[in-house]
Write a protein that binds this ligand. Structure first.
Ligand SMILES: Cc1cc2nc3c(=O)[nH]c(=O)nc-3n(C[C@H](O)[C@H](O)[C@H](O)COP(=O)(O)OP(=O)(O)OC[C@H]3O[C@@H](n4cnc5c(N)ncnc54)[C@H](O)[C@@H]3O)c2cc1C
Length: 447
């Protein structure tokens, strides 16, 4: 195979998403000569649409242990990495790179400008200032391996070589942004254990027409519980959104994995409690009060002070009451029914949206096969694995991107350190020498 570049690089990063950009920037900052390979015509397509274009870049969770707990059983693997580069260090990094941030509800951190593009810009500037070489529109066929080490990346009919390699090709959600799972297929072929990706943090489709009629309605601080084969399970509180296909929003996305585990194994419903902090008796008192003020109105016009106008029709429909009935004729039984339904609006799950609409995919490389102090593969000593290709379950709230910053930073740092200690054909035998050589380079970008 022909060498595409005459001189080898110290580090090659494959994938220009958030984890790859962080890794490339850090490796170059350490003094390594870095090549970033991206199959799209631009970097970070998914990053630029995160958080509805605002980018929830991390979660201001107090310490590494608390943050790791958010990742469930596998959080313990992430802990050594978070202890080295956690939330505070991440925020310091962005602040130093001229990206002020702000904290919103549930500790979600956003750029002060509310622009995901500014997060993207800070990373691009970071790479450019440390002279990362970027090649776009690449067609990669996988790794060239010799004696248990990666010796090159096969692409465009040739090979590019480096001493260390960082794989940052992402998972499978939103494939139109470039995340098509290519890296996972290569790793599987190399003998890494790859758990088959499925959609995670995904909107849920609902069959009941009343749900679709509410499309566009967003609810704050409600409670959703899974009802499986008629048995109600533990509920969760948060924000949700009705859509033309069913339900979405942070609460729904975070519950989607649990719902999926039961879906297909018996009737699976969601129970919506509009008033999680008031019991049925308390709600009945409230209704009594509201009805007393609206005795001459029809039921459909007498509930305005009870809940959102858009929900009133659904409440009456699910209670099987006559919306035209005057409030003064509503019986105690009917009133009690309304308050019970307001705490248990049932919807039947019919499925999930696909990879196109998922925030992240589940599955990926088995985390047992990665050293989380360095992000080095335990199978290939000069290969580092970062970002969404790692098999972690996580809630929404900035946790996915925190994995990218943490793992990208560590991989960049350790790949550069290994390459620079190694020295070799490019003539760099120490970090110091590499730094001064890098400073003399003028090229930082090729197309
Ligand atoms: C709509 C949406 C909103 C989101 N909002 C948030 C949020 O607010 N907060 C949060 O924490 N997370 C959010 N996420 C999740 C977050 O975007 C991901 O966790 C993150 O982008 C993963 O980064 P990554 O670098 O691992 O991979 P990706 O972002 O998937 O980047 C992978 C890169 O590798 C490139 N690539 C793939 N294959 C190849 C190949 N063969 N050759 C060369 N290059 C290749 C791709 O083109 C892409 O540029 C959101 C996701 C979506 C879809």
């Amino acid at each position: 195979m022909t060498d595409i570049f005459s001189e080898p690089f110290d580090v090659i990063v494959i994938g220009g998403g958030p984890s790859g950009m962080m890794a490339a920037g850090r490796a170059a900052e350490m003094g390594a000569r870095v090549l970033l390979l991206e199959k799209n015509e631009s970097l970070g397509k998914k990053l630029r649409i995160t958080g509805g274009g605002r980018c929830n870049l991390t979660n201001a969770t107090a310490d590494a242990r608390k943050m790791a707990e958010k990742f469930g059983d596998k959080g313990k693997f992430l802990l050594p990495a978070l202890a080295r580069f956690g939330v505070e260090a991440t925020l310091d990094f962005f602040h130093q790179h001229e990206l002020p941030t702000k904290v919103e509800g549930e500790n979600r951190v956003f750029p002060a400008s509310d622009r995901a593009d500014d997060v993207w810009g800070a990373l691009v500037q970071y790479m450019f200032s440390h002279k990362v070489v970027i090649q776009y529109d690449v067609r990669i066929d996988g790794f060239a391996i010799e004696d248990g080490r990666v010796i090159g990346v096969k692409m465009n009919g040739g090979v590019v070589r480096a001493k260390q390699y960082i794989l940052a090709t992402g998972g499978k959600s939103k494939p139109e942004t470039g995340s098509t799972g290519d890296g996972l297929a290569w790793l599987s072929a190399l003998g890494h254990t790859v758990i088959e990706p499925d959609t995670a943090l995904v909107p849920i489709t609902i069959q009941d027409p009343w749900v679709r009629n509410l499309q566009g309605t967003s609810l704050q601080k409600v409670k959703l519980s899974i009802v499986h084969k008629g048995e109600k399970r533990k509920g969760f509180e948060g924000k949700m959104l009705f859509t033309h296909f069913g339900v979405s929003g942070p609460l729904v996305l975070n519950m989607s994995r649990l719902v999926r585990e039961r879906f297909g194994k018996g009737k699976t419903e969601l129970s919506l409690d509009l008033f999680p902090h008031t019991d049925s008796a308390g709600l009945d008192l409230r209704l009594l009060d509201i009805f007393a003020k609206n005795v001459n109105k029809k039921l459909k016009n007498g509930l305005d002070d009870f809940t959102l106008p858009s929900l009133i029709g659904a409440l009456i429909e699910l209670s099987e009451l006559d919306s035209e009935k005057p409030v003064r004729e509503i019986t105690r039984k009917e009133r009690l029914l309304l308050s019970l339904v307001a705490k248990d609006m049932r919807m039947t799950v019919s499925g999930f949206l696909g990879f196109q609409k998922a925030i992240v995919s589940s599955g990926g490389v088995d985390v047992k096969e990665v050293d989380f102090k360095t992000m080095r593969s335990r199978r290939y000593p000069n290969l580092f694995l970062v970002g969404d290709i790692l098999d972690f379950n996580r809630p929404s709230g900035g946790y996915s991107l925190q994995i990218c910053w943490t793992t990208g930073r560590l991989a960049g740092e350790n790949a550069a350190a290994s390459a620079l200690v190694e020295g070799g054909p490019s003539g760099r035998s120490s970090m110091h020498q590499a730094r001064s050589e890098r400073d003399e380079r003028s090229e930082f970008r090729i197309m």
